[in-house]
Design a protein around this ligand. Structure first.
Ligand SMILES: Nc1ncnc2c1ncn2[C@@H]1O[C@H](COP(=O)(O)OP(=O)(O)O)[C@@H](O)[C@H]1O
Ligand SMILES: [Mg+2]
Length: 223
């Protein structure tokens, strides 16, 4: 029993290591891709459908950049199904929707997690998310936040369902698409890539989320 527990712990540690290494690889690739843009780099994260790993990847990517000693702001711009505040256990009274509606300021709404990582939660779910994200106010807010941070990672709603991510993508350096293994269809992915192209938005790359790393499988099976 004890041996089995130890084996499980060792596999869990291996998987943890593999996950954090994967985020470092994504981070490095993005750094190469964005090295031409000067100043703050803005990365929008989206996918075709809900539940494909946009928020998980946005949070981990923001953490990964902050571990380089960069000043990072993570924004929850999925104003339809926001989950970052709950996930990070921070307050969500002020937030992006509050700033855009003129109820609060960025200073009031941004939550500092540590010296490097800050979070702008969604705020209350508004009745008009598309309008808010396509507004001049959103563009101006982003321009002012770019003065204060090295990286801004923006979690968005799925491209396949609403236009919100396209509005966010058009004021970002590009969009990172999340593909969920054994779930995102080729057709859905192709449609998203076409929408980005049509809107003249840079596709930074795609992350395959939730795939099983074969080399750990034998260990799992033997537990
Ligand atoms: N690679 C993964 N392995 C295991 N669970 C995951 C993985 N990626 C996401 N999840 C889980 O799947 C659910 C949906 O992920 P989330 O990041 O919230 O998706 P989205 O933001 O695209 O709706 C969450 O419960 C999350 O914890
Ligand atoms: Mg989400």
């Amino acid at each position: 029993m004890k041996n089995s527990n130890r084996a499980k712990e060792s596999v869990a540690a291996d998987v943890q290591f593999a996950v954090s290494e994967s985020y470092k690889t994504i981070r490095t690739n993005l750094q190469f891709l964005l090295n031409r843009s000067v100043g703050c780099k803005v990365i929008a994260v989206s996918s075709a459908q809900a539940q494909e790993g946009k928020t998980t990847n946005s949070v981990n990517l923001a953490i990964s950049f902050s571990q380089l000693g960069k000043k990072v702001l993570l924004i929850d711009a999925d104003l339809r199904r926001p989950t970052i505040a709950k996930k990070l256990k921070i307050e969500n009274t002020d937030g992006l929707s509050g700033i855009l509606a003129g109820f609060s300021t960025a200073e009031q709404a941004i939550v500092s997690i540590n010296n490097y990582l800050s979070v702008l939660p969604s705020g209350a779910v508004p009745p008009n998310p598309s309008e808010l994200l396509a507004s001049l106010e959103f563009e101006q807010l982003l321009a002012s936040l770019k003065e204060k941070f090295d990286y801004i990672v923006i979690d968005t709603a799925p491209v396949g369902i609403v236009s919100d991510a396209l509005s966010v993508g058009s004021v970002s350096d590009g969009v990172l698409l999340i593909i969920k293994a054994k779930s995102t269809t080729y057709h859905d992915f192709e449609r998203v890539v076409d929408s980005l192209k049509l809107a003249n938005i840079t596709l930074l790359g795609a992350v395959l989320n939730g795939s099983v790393v074969e080399e750990y499988l034998p260990n799992y099976r033997s537990l």
